[in-house]
Design a protein around this ligand. Structure first.
Ligand code: AQP
Length: 333
């Protein structure tokens, strides 16, 4: 019997520079996942404009993000890599799914509440509709699995609800997707405020380590990271949030277990510990940064990857969209 390979979808917004939070939460797993799944990876530029962007920067960051996917080990021969706005079906399915989503549900979304308080001068409809567009992204490809960080769990749950609602209103149309959360590092915290998640658009740039940061910057940011007065490198997210976050980052980049890491720093102070975390992160980022730089210099190649990806994504997306249009009663010619 032929084995059915599951479909996996993930996207990242080309907003600002990516952080080690984005990397640990999702990107780093992509290389390995390609071996077992049909993978589709998107630069989610339609999501990015829910917060005002500089057009020239958005274009450049989109290209840079595609290069970063490849620098992280995504193989465009194996996986579909594309830019969201190149596949019009996302906007089209989003519109249809809007009519299966309630305003009250969207108003309750944590990210909507957070972003509307941070961008009070621009609480636009897109910001509120973000989860429906995300549902369209996922459902268009009959996705089984979505590797994301914990901050996206609420949105993934809504995508599942919308899929079930639509399937029940008609006949089974969408695969109901499951979230794939990393066992460790599903929510990397801000280095200056461990109660907050590390974010690309953090107000304090010292709180986030960017994938593009050079070694000096990485070392400085870890040196200044908030810890506690105990001076014991132990994992306890409740009472030692800062140190536990650093331990998580250290393990994610070194491949060591928490027990191994705790043992390694037994009897050592926070100074030595932070130095080791900084060194490990900076040394792991260096080859990826070099590959990213090399790829960015080859715009023609990146554009060919985007065009090929858009082509493949469009074909799959159209198939689902046409099913949806048929079920909801759109006249088709
Ligand atoms: N701190 C985090 N820890 C673990 N995973 C994280 N992700 C984001 N922050 C962390 C995961 O990264 C992926 C891409 O995120 P996104 O581009 O869709 O935007 P986001 O979730 O809104 O991330 P940011 O960094 O906070 O971006 P801005 O500041 O632009 O809103 C997702 O899988 C997310 O779970």
């Amino acid at each position: 019997m032929e084995e059915i390979i599951k479909t996996l979808y993930s996207g990242v917004q080309p907003t600002n520079n990516l952080t080690i939070g984005n990397y640990i939460g999702t990107l780093r797993s992509w290389r390995g996942l390609q071996e077992n799944y049909n993978c589709i990876f998107a630069a989610a530029n339609m999501h990015a404009i829910t917060v005002r962007q500089n057009p020239a920067e958005l274009r450049q960051k989109t290209l840079s993000l595609v290069a970063l996917f490849l620098a992280c080990g995504v193989n465009p021969q194996k996986s579909i890599v594309y830019v969201q706005s190149h596949v019009p079906a996302h906007a089209e399915l989003c519109w249809a799914l809007n009519t299966f989503t309630y305003v009250g549900e969207m108003e309750r979304m944590t990210q909507y509440k957070d972003k509307s308080s941070r961008h009070a001068d621009n609480i636009n409809m897109g910001l509120m509709d973000y989860p429906v567009l995300m549902a369209a992204d996922i459902l268009l490809y009959q996705t089984d699995l979505v590797p994301v960080g914990l901050d996206q769990r609420q949105h993934l749950e809504i995508a599942r609800d919308i899929a079930v609602r639509f399937n029940n209103a008609y006949t089974p149309t969408f695969t109901v997707p499951e979230g794939l959360y990393p066992k460790m590092g599903a929510k990397i915290a801000d280095l200056q405020d461990p109660a907050k998640k590390m974010s690309k658009s953090a107000e304090n740039p010292n709180g986030a380590v960017f994938l593009s940061d050079d070694k000096d910057t990485v070392m400085r940011k870890f040196k200044r990271a908030v810890t506690d007065s105990e001076n014991a490198v132990k994992y306890n997210p409740e009472s030692k949030a800062g140190v536990s976050n650093l331990l998580t980052v250290y393990c994610a980049f070194s491949g060591k277990s928490l027990e191994e890491a705790e043992k390694e720093f037994e009897g050592k102070g926070y100074g030595d510990f932070k130095l080791a975390v900084g060194e490990t992160v900076a040394d792991s980022l260096a080859p990826m940064q070099a590959e990213h730089k090399r790829l960015l210099a080859d715009k023609a190649y990146l554009e060919s990857v985007m065009a090929d990806g858009a082509d493949k994504a469009e074909k799959l997306a159209r198939k689902t969209l046409s099913k949806v249009y048929k079920k909801i009663g759109f006249y088709q010619i």
